[in-house]
Design a protein around this ligand. Structure first.
Ligand SMILES: Cc1ncc(COP(=O)(O)O)c(C=O)c1O
Length: 384
């Protein structure tokens, strides 16, 4: 076994599966707020688009993706953020954003022993974080640096305060707003600071924007591409926005030079989404009605849960966008103890410590159960 695989600690979210089973064995109704995989049906329009596109003969897809999807992605970025992207050179379809995150370090990290011209060997990300930023970096042989984020500064990644020596060695810096797990946004001035820092230190600045269309309160989430292009990439996904987690479809866009480098890597790897999935994806990026309809469902779930949590005297931080509620646990308990207490009444949540160090005061609820189930949970939520 590859040492890097052997050294991987178990993915914390696998604990959720054990807890699901425990709840089932007790014969208690399960309310599963654990994993961010909503159960609302994929819109009929998108399912049909895929079915219609399944050809009699299906050949290898081109690694650069089908033009219709690249054009739809560019159209989406134009409408949503006012950003002009060349569909021929600045967009690349991916299998959702997870695999792109996993593979980016293999493309952009330079390991000194490999004869690299410079020592850009470190991947930087905020913590708590989606775990694949770290895992992808480790498999690429990179060093990792997790910047500890906290509730006091709204979980904001800020280049000020990071040593020059770190940014000098950074091959990739990840931003992720709306942030998983907290649902905080990043202020525009902070994006500007990152673009300036990138110009100075020359790392690849990657913004994971997979929750950007799920927004409930305050200013709409922004895209990094509104602030900079050179050295910048954004990752978008249909998983949460369009209810297409199982289709595995997203795209990467930004600096043409970086896109070209990444295309070169992907051509050897042979990972390009099936063309019939890409056809459905082109429809999904063009249509906004289904996104609004889905968002309205999350709005309702969020409303019902927020009212119940506040009524119980709990504080919810961030959570103005994305798919999650980031809930501070009562003073006399910890994330794991509180999660255990919730499981007694069938409510499954992810403890904050699953997402990084220093998050033991929080639990994360993914807005996955139905509105009706959220109403039941609102009634059943423990009073202390
Ligand atoms: C922050 C973040 N990035 C990326 C992903 C991966 O999403 P997908 O591969 O379905 O696009 C997730 C999934 O939960 C996520 O939370």
């Amino acid at each position: 076994m590859n040492e890097r695989l052997a050294n991987q600690p178990p993915y914390p979210m696998v604990r959720l599966e054990e807890w699901r089973q425990e709840i089932a064995e007790r014969g208690v109704q399960l309310y599963d707020f654990g994993t961010g995989d909503p159960r609302e049906p994929t819109p009929a329009l998108l399912r049909q688009a895929m079915i219609d596109a399944v050809p009699e003969v299906s050949q290898y897809p081109a690694s650069v993706g089908v033009p219709a999807l690249r054009e739809a992605a560019a159209g989406y970025l134009q409408r949503r953020f006012g950003v002009e992207i060349d569909p021929a050179t600045e967009v690349l379809p991916t299998f959702g954003s997870k695999e792109a995150i996993f593979h980016l370090p293999m493309t952009f990290v330079q390991i000194p022993g490999d004869g690299a011209a410079s020592a850009k060997d470190t991947v930087v990300y905020g913590e708590p974080a989606y775990p694949v930023y770290e895992i992808g970096a480790l498999f690429a042989g990179a060093k990792t640096h997790a910047v500890t984020l906290g509730v006091d500064n709204g979980y904001a990644m800020d280049p000020d305060g990071l040593p020059d020596s770190l940014l000098q060695r950074a091959a990739i810096v990840y931003l992720n707003y709306p942030h998983n797990p907290t649902g905080f946004l990043l202020a525009p001035k902070m994006y500007e600071k990152w673009v300036t820092a990138r110009e100075r230190f020359g790392f690849v600045l990657v913004s994971d924007e997979c929750y950007v269309d799920l927004h409930y309160e305050g200013d709409a989430p922004r895209s990094l591409l509104e602030f900079g292009r050179e050295g910048c990439l954004v990752l978008h996904s249909l998983s949460k926005r369009s209810g297409m987690t199982g289709y595995r479809s997203g795209f990467l866009a930004g600096d043409a030079k970086l896109v070209s480098t990444y295309r070169r890597f992907r051509a050897s790897m042979g990972t390009t989404p099936q063309e019939f999935v890409q056809a459905a994806a082109a429809v999904a990026w063009t249509d906004t009605e289904h996104v609004e309809a889905r968002r309205a469902v999350f709005v309702k779930k969020r409303e019902v849960l927020l009212a119940a949590l506040v009524e119980r005297g709990l504080r919810v931080h961030g959570s103005t966008a994305g798919l999650y509620l980031w809930v501070e646990v009562p003073d006399d308990t910890t994330d794991t103890d509180y999660a255990a207490r919730l499981r007694e009444v069938g409510i499954l949540v992810a403890p904050g410590s699953f997402f990084g160090e220093g998050q033991e005061r929080f639990v994360r609820l993914a807005l996955v159960p139905t509105v009706e189930e959220c109403r039941e949970v609102a009634a059943a939520w423990p009073r202390r």
